[in-house]
Write a protein that binds this ligand. Structure first.
Ligand code: NAD
Length: 501
């Protein structure tokens, strides 16, 4: 897998037809319903990782811009246009947002594919989940109720579920339109206002979405967008006393820093963080299906998935047979290609920093004594492509086994029996997800119960919820949940009312 990548004609045509938005010279942020440049006038570059060509720059927002956005969001929070809106109207607006996302799904998916390199098939899937998530939460404003609590004749006691105020949303570049809905939809459903801070290298889809939101009935200032660096705009948002909660997706290291900073003002924090998830293949599994699922687990989106199944454990007796099937699948379906070419499952990694980071892990793997079964370096001669890589001869203490690489790299080991599989799968600081491959019902349920992870897939990998299932991390993979009622509760606070009669 070392052939050079040249863009096939279909992708070149797709690139000529790119939405004008990605090539506009300079984009604008959204504050208080108006498009604005950064107060400093500075911008940040964006690059197409498949071609290394420059895209539209985005404003480099800093503390002053964040302050303006938080003020706008606070004003909108108490404005009767939003605060006094009936729940059914709020639900209708959420449905309208879903309509707009559906209508512009291809455009938004294309912007993300060009801006951060995920195959169009992947970004299209994310957009489909995005609109479904808004529809799921559109049903909640009319059902978000407190309770009447039993009391004697002299009192009436009840609770109200109230919004928190201004929610700061900060998220990662690996799925801009995949990660936002699980935060934005419940925040709005509960009546909050928001300031969005997308990842600095993949902000374009959010800025386009903000333009589209302006065509709905959302009052000005309910959704604001500040683009910029994590160390500038991100930190300013987390530290701002006018923000009630931070909803964060990113690395575990940054998540810890966010929580520390948020403590100063006792903000609520939900954290969706990193992972090093296991894919466990038992001898009784459908090995062809397992090979496809395991390959997708560590190669899908070029391995840049928080739930990536980057540690592969195979039952001893089927090791050789399974590895042969896995290599065949990798070659047949997961050879990297242009993200805009239909059928591509593995694009480039998302940006230069990520390319350098993954490359350095491949050096570390060799230094630590791992064996490169396939891949192990750059793919092609331009763009940030990494060859799909499988490593074996790994030991539990190796960095490539313990640390999140966030690239198309899997490490393979064997296990002897169920207990050994559980022990090895759980031998990690992370706990975001796992996939288990077996046709034995007892094995499936035992594994599902024993694995320390927020999501366990049996005989599949990567299916995400459309809002109706809680998604969160065990151990150092996160704090709190997105999705479902748990995901809505995270944007509310309960008020107790005691009325003396
Ligand atoms: P990152 O932590 O570097 O950045 C994430 C976001 O935080 C970006 O918007 C960034 O600008 C901002 N940021 C950075 N430093 C900040 C600071 N000090 N204060 C406030 N904001 C700051 O992560 P990344 O490299 O962009 O994304 C990859 C990571 O995200 C991986 O670890 C991946 O597993 C994780 N992730 C988790 C989930 C999940 O749902 N659990 C989903 C996707 C990605």
């Amino acid at each position: 897998m070392t052939a050079s990548v040249s863009l096939p004609p279909v992708a070149e045509a797709a690139r000529r037809a790119l939405p004008a938005f990605v090539r506009a010279r300079e984009q604008m942020m959204w504050i208080g319903g108006r498009q604005v440049a950064a107060a400093s006038g500075r911008t940040l570059p964006n690059t197409d990782p498949a071609t290394e060509e420059a895209l539209a720059g985005v404003p480099r927002g800093e503390a002053a811009d964040v302050d303006a956005a938080v003020r706008a969001a606070r004003a909108a929070f108490t404005d009767p246009a939003w605060a006094g809106m009936s729940p059914d109207r709020r639900g209708r607006i959420l449905n309208r947002i879903a309509d707009v996302i559906e209508k512009h799904a291809d455009e938004l998916a294309t912007i993300d594919s060009v801006n951060m390199g995920a195959p169009h098939r992947v970004t299209t899937h994310m957009l489909a989940e995005a609109s479904e998530t808004f529809r799921y939460y559109a049903g909640w404003p009319t059902k978000l109720s407190g309770v009447a609590v039993p009391a004697g004749n002299d009192h009436m006691l009840y609770t109200r579920k109230e919004p928190l105020g201004v929610v700061g949303v900060i998220w990662a570049w690996n799925g801009p339109m995949g990660q936002l809905p699980g935060k934005l939809a419940p925040a709005l459903a509960a009546g909050n206002t928001v300031v969005l801070k997308p990842a600095e290298t993949a902000s374009l889809s959010t800025l386009r979405l903000a333009e589209l939101l302006a065509t709905t009935d959302l009052p000005a200032g309910v959704v604001n967008v500040v683009t910029g660096l994590g160390s500038e705009a991100g930190q300013a948002l987390v530290g701002h006393p006018g923000v009630a909660k931070i909803a964060f997706t990113g690395s575990t290291a940054t998540g810890k820093a966010v929580q520390r900073l948020a403590t100063d003002t006792l903000k609520r924090v939900t954290l969706e963080l990193g992972g090093k998830s296991p894919s466990v293949v038992f001898a009784d599994a459908d090995l062809d299906a397992a090979a496809r699922g395991v390959a997708a687990g560590f190669l899908g989106n070029a391995g840049q998935a928080c739930v990536a199944g980057s540690r592969v454990f195979v039952e001893e007796g089927i090791r050789e047979e399974f590895v042969q099937k896995l290599l065949k699948t990798m070659e047949a379906a997961f050879t990297p290609g242009d993200p805009l070419t239909p059928g591509t499952l593995v694009g480039p990694v998302s940006n230069k920093a990520q390319f350098d980071r993954v490359s350095s892990y491949l050096d570390i793997a060799r230094q630590e004594g791992a064996n490169v079964v396939t891949g192990g370096g750059r793919f092609g001669d331009h763009g940030y492509f990494i060859a799909p890589t499988l490593l074996d001869n790994v030991r539990p203490g190796m960095r490539v086994v313990r640390e999140e690489i966030f690239g198309p790299v899997g490490v393979l080991s064997t296990f002897t029996d169920l207990d050994d599989a559980i022990a090895q799968a759980n031998d990690t600081d992370y706990g975001l997800a796992a996939s288990v491959w077996t046709t034995n019902l007892t094995t499936a349920h035992r594994m599902a119960a024993a694995i320390e992870a927020g999501t366990v897939w049996v005989n599949s990998w990567g299916q995400m919820s459309t809002g109706n299932l809680p998604f969160g991390g065990y151990k150092q993979s996160g704090l709190g949940y997105e999705g479902g009622l748990e995901g809505l509760d995270a944007y509310t606070q309960a008020k107790a009312v005691r009325i003396t009669l």
